[in-house]
Design a protein around this ligand. Structure first.
Ligand SMILES: [Zn+2]
Length: 219
């Protein structure tokens, strides 16, 4: 659990081992299709990869295993997007952020496959690079850095500064998280943005903004 400073919201994460946050019963999941489509006030199960809802009007949740989960927090709204290479290349991050006509307060990115581990073919790399403000220089050779590309895309469409929480953990390297690339698994990590229950306020102190877990790295 990562508490968002100055708010009553947290990011919950449920992977394989050692990620024990229970998925809330009323979490709203989409039918993720690697698109750039955003749904406003989803009921759940819509074919789309991003959603926006009023604060206290639901719990946006994503299923990911290597793709990048992105969450956004405005004064009155919250949102989430599933950003794999296809979604990123077609503008899912920009679509999420520009769908709300308010200053973005927080952008939160969750665990995904990192820029060192995500080896891709030229076609995939080119698709993501073409809309990336940093282009080629923003990615290691023969690889893609979904996380940093998402930050750059977000910054480009935001006229004002927002704060960032980066849960910088690599799904491919962390055995407490599911990774499609590593295991070919059908299993997914669940990640969501929700209000903190009152008793959790007492038990949990603010987490650090930068959430690295180097002890879980393989090397
Ligand atoms: Zn990695």
């Amino acid at each position: 659990m990562v508490i968002i400073p100055g708010t009553d919201m947290y990011i919950g994460l449920c992977g394989s081992d050692g990620k024990p946050d229970p998925v809330p019963e009323n979490a709203v999941f989409l039918d993720q299709i690697h698109s750039n489509r955003i749904v406003i006030d989803p009921g759940g199960g819509e074919s789309a990869d991003g959603m926006i809802m009023g604060r206290r009007h639901g719990i946006p949740a994503l299923r990911v295993a290597d793709c990048l989960p992105v969450f956004a927090l405005w004064d009155d709204c919250i949102g989430a997007a599933h950003a794999g290479w296809r979604g990123l290349a077609s503008g899912i991050v920009e679509n999420l952020i520009t769908a709300v006509d308010q200053p973005l307060r927080w952008l939160i990115t969750g665990p995904c496959i990192c820029g060192e581990c995500y080896v891709v073919g030229d076609e995939v790399r080119e698709a993501v690079l073409s809309g990336d403000p940093a282009g080629e220089s923003g990615h290691p050779s023969g690889r893609l850095d979904l996380r940093k590309s998402a930050f750059r895309r977000a910054r480009r469409v935001c006229s004002e500064e927002f704060r960032l929480i980066d849960i910088d953990e690599c799904t491919f390297e962390s055995f407490s998280l599911h990774s499609f690339r590593r295991d070919g698994t059908e299993e997914r990590n669940f990640i969501w943005l929700a209000e903190i229950e009152r008793d959790e306020h007492i038990r949990q102190l603010n987490s650090e903004i930068k959430c690295n877990s180097p002890e879980r790295r393989k090397n």
